[in-house]
Write a protein that binds this ligand. Structure first.
Ligand code: ZN
Length: 149
């Protein structure tokens, strides 16, 4: 378990140092800004959704290693997924980090996001890990649509 924990930590630190999809999108269909006052994490999310599929997603922001690496991994997982698949993944992720999951049951869905399983031991970090996800769904649900004209 210690080896596994170390490996997970390495993945998190690597995504913090070299975040994926870390840029603005030219003509996003949806954007939102997220803020976690508990830690000071800020994130800007950019999405292109076509026919209910997230065809592109990116982010920028500043914050702790957990918030940044969670956003980075999230973008790699959500690209190409339907909104429904994204929502299912979010629910599994939330159950995992708040320790409400039957982890075995969710494990197949959760994939690489399992590196954040240890967060449940640090309740104050749950909001850091969840920030990017909440921002995506606020962009999608509140219809915070950027005009492309
Ligand atoms: Zn944070």
């Amino acid at each position: 378990m210690d080896d596994l924990r170390e490996l997970y930590q390495e993945v998190i630190l690597d995504h913090n140092k070299n975040p994926k999809n870390y840029h603005e999108l030219d003509s996003p269909s949806h954007t939102a800004e997220g803020y976690n006052p508990l830690c000071g994490d800020r994130i800007n999310l950019y999405l292109i959704v076509e026919n209910d599929i997230i065809t592109d997603i990116s982010f920028q922001g500043s914050g702790c290693a957990i918030s940044k690496s969670s956003a980075s991994l999230m973008t790699t997982e959500l690209k190409g997924k339907t909104i429904t698949e994204a929502r299912d993944l979010f629910h599994s992720f939330q159950r995992m980090i708040t320790n409400k999951s039957d982890f075995e049951e969710d494990f197949n869905t959760i994939g690489k996001l399992a590196v954040f399983a240890g967060i449940r031991e640090y309740p104050v970090r749950i909001k850091c890990a969840g920030l990017a996800w909440h921002t995506v769904f606020s962009a999608l649900e509140n219809g915070d649509v950027v005009s492309t004209e």
